[in-house]
Design a protein around this ligand. Sequence first.
Ligand code: CU
Length: 187
Amino acid sequence: MRYRIAFLPLLAAALGLMFSAALPAQAHDFTVGGLKIDHPWARATPGQAKNGAAYLVIHSSEAADDRLVAAATDVAQRVELHNHLNVDGVMQMREVEGIDVPAGGMATLKPGSFHVMLMGLKAPLKEGESFPLTLTFEKAGSTTVEVNVEAVGSMGSMSGDMKHDGMEKMDHDHADHDHMDHGTKNN
Ligand SMILES: [Cu+2]
């Protein structure tokens, strides 16, 4: 009897996991208030990687500006909102307090730019799986979206962006110029 009682919640949890992992990927967008969150995705992480990142696009049909101020998920120990900055040709990540979603406009989280940083992954992110991510907006409130894990090389031109050393100049096309302040070069 004792076994049976202990087993049932475990079984339910296991079935729940299987079900959420099997959610279909089509029509992959989510709505909260006047915000539409389009195609949340993350790159699969290689074996021992402790960190990952999630990306998505937010479209606003709101009359007022809003702001993504927090993100949370169970797959990582800590979740931060980050931006990439180009400091003397070296890409660095920095935590930001929020990501602005202009009224009627959009905010883009993508490799080399704003992203949801997943720190201390509890398990590698595997291609084809998905996981829930709760996003909190200043005005629209919170919603949970499903993040699809895509191939390690997705939008692969960015894949080496954290490995540049200080000697490298900015003449490659890795940098995302939309959000970057790159200093003028005199050569
Ligand atoms: Cu980051």
